[in-house]
Design a protein around this ligand. Structure first.
Ligand SMILES: Nc1nc2c(ncn2[C@@H]2O[C@H](COP(=O)(O)OP(=O)(O)O[C@H]3O[C@H](CO)[C@@H](O)[C@H](O)[C@@H]3O)[C@@H](O)[C@H]2O)c(=O)[nH]1
Length: 320
């Protein structure tokens, strides 16, 4: 099968790339910014093409060259916080870019399945009595990134209903794992690894520990996306969420249990946010019913693997 991963050097894309190659598919990927440490997989550089999806001639070129059976559309400005300082770029990449990809597919007269990365950010703040949130819940995004993903998804659904372009939308909830930077698990495990390495004093800086998140390991997410490519219904939307929530405090406990050096906690005011969703938790039963997906990797294993990743990175002299 010919697989094209748009955004192959991003966090999720890098895992899909590795898995698709290991499964023996004919795989091509695109990159724009390398947001992950690419040293461990740039052996696949010959499969990568640079593509800025904001430019139609670039999406035309990559689609015409690869003529894929399956497309994973992961290229995006994917940082909610950055979307406040770069709203236009966020919308251009995530909305105009999505339209460009769809138009390039139509122009190439091919009929691939297109798995589209959408986001739990589309829901915005959900009251605790409405979780786990279902796909039918109204969308009230809190930032331009969330707005962009609502539009991405609407385009995907429209291209299915108007042109029978086989789009399958995955509303992706908090996902983490080795190579992730900037989320709570990555920040905490990086700091714990630095404490172990003696680079900082044994006090873990933390922000708000009271919120709750359902967190999926990126390897489980990659499997969910593959299953959606295979068994998802075109024109349908699927939550991909962890099956239970953790209070952030519990994540600290898991890291404390896995760390080699004990540490105390220090609340850092700079890490507290002006607004912070109390709980983010999705109902994945539609995904489970359609594909049989289930989470296989525990959060304890995920944070253990992330610690191991940071230890190796620090030993190699890298920074988060
Ligand atoms: N990143 C981070 N978060 C911390 C820290 N200490 C506490 N937290 C808390 O840990 C929780 C999870 O934060 P993140 O992992 O950064 O993710 P998020 O804010 O829940 O989720 C983002 O992604 C979602 C899914 O895409 C989006 O829906 C959401 O809008 C948001 O942008 C938040 O309540 C945050 O305040 C820290 O040192 N670093």
């Amino acid at each position: 099968m010919k697989i094209l991963i748009l955004g192959a050097t991003g966090f999720v894309g890098s895992y899909l790339m590795e898995r698709a190659i290991a499964a023996g598919h004919e795989v091509a990927g695109t990159h724009y910014h390398a947001t992950v440490d690419t040293r461990d997989w740039m052996g696949f550089a010959d499969r990568l093409t640079r593509c800025d999806i904001r430019y139609r001639e670039q999406t035309d070129a990559v689609i015409a060259k690869t003529r894929p059976d399956v497309v994973y559309l992961l290229s995006a400005q994917s940082y909610p916080a950055l979307s406040w300082s770069a709203p236009s770029e966020t919308l251009e990449t995530n909305v105009v870019g999505t339209a460009n990809v769809f138009e390039s597919i139509r122009a190439a007269k091919i009929d691939p399945v297109v798995v589209v990365a959408c986001s739990s950010a589309q829901y915005g703040e959900v009251s605790p009595d409405a979780v786990p949130v279902k796909e039918s819940h109204p969308m009230h995004p809190l930032h331009p990134y969330g707005v962009s993903k609502v539009a991405t998804e609407m385009l995907a659904l429209q291209y299915w209903s108007n042109y029978r372009l086989r789009t399958v939308c995955a509303r992706i909830f908090n996902t983490t794992g080795p190579r992730k930077t900037g989320d709570v698990c990555a920040d905490f495990t990086y700091r714990a690894a630095r404490i172990e390495a003696g680079q900082i004093p044994p006090a873990l800086h933390v922000g708000n520990l009271e919120t709750h998140r359902a967190i999926t390991d990126v390897r489980d997410l990659a499997r969910a996306l593959e299953l959606l490519a295979d068994r998802g219904a075109p024109g349908e939307v699927y939550n991909v969420s962890g099956s239970r929530t953790y209070q952030i405090r519990e994540i600290v406990d898991l890291i404390q249990a896995a760390a080699k050096t004990p540490f105390s906690l220090e609340v850092d005011q700079a890490l507290l946010r002006p607004s912070d969703e109390k709980v983010i938790f999705g109902d994945s039963s539609r995904l489970v019913a359609a594909t049989g997906w289930k989470q296989e990797i525990s959060l304890a294993q995920t944070v253990g693997d992330m610690l191991a990743y940071w230890r190796a990175q620090l030993a190699a002299g890298a920074q988060a």
